[in-house]
Design a binder for this molecule. Sequence first.
Ligand code: OGA
Ligand code: MN
Length: 198
Amino acid sequence: MSEILYSKITDALVSDGYIIIPNAIGSDLSQNLCTLAKNLQNFKRAGISLHKTINANARRDKILWLNHDNAAQSDFLNFTEGLKEFLNRELFIGLSYFESHFAIYGAGDFYEKHYDAFASSKNRVVTVVYYLNENWVSERDGGELVIYDANDAVIDKVLPASDTLVVFMSEKFPHEVLEAKRERYSIAGWFRVDVKEV
Ligand code: OGA
Ligand code: MN
């Protein structure tokens, strides 16, 4: 079942470098993850070192790293593990592991334009973003992901709607999160090529 989705993502990464897939994995999973994110404690203000951002006001979300503590997180991590193996098998890109966090943007929160990895930094190679928000209306709720090309031209705008999945090459696409007007839930993750620190 996932194989069709994996191959669609793989083909798009090769041809365009990115893909936006509404209704990607399943609304049950995105709803369960949303409920979980709303109940989990200990979200922390995202560190500026995470993306080596200089400006401390560049992002205003709060994050919590995923683990295997319950079924919904495991389902998502199993999906990304399968994708990692598929990408390695088809593209020989040697992804070593996946790391991901929930992110909550409160009303007024945003994330300025950034890259997830610098060219040839040899760490984050493929970015995955998965959205968890029911009934999101662009004009009313804001919070769109804006994806730019290397020349800073807008190439796409993504509504952070439940079960929408975005995958892109981390070094190729600057992107930003526009100001959210209400609480916005997502998971952001990265396939890496370096060795995991313990
Ligand atoms: C990030 C990011 C995008 C989003 O966390 O690096 O760009 O739409 N997130 O949440
Ligand atoms: Mn990012």
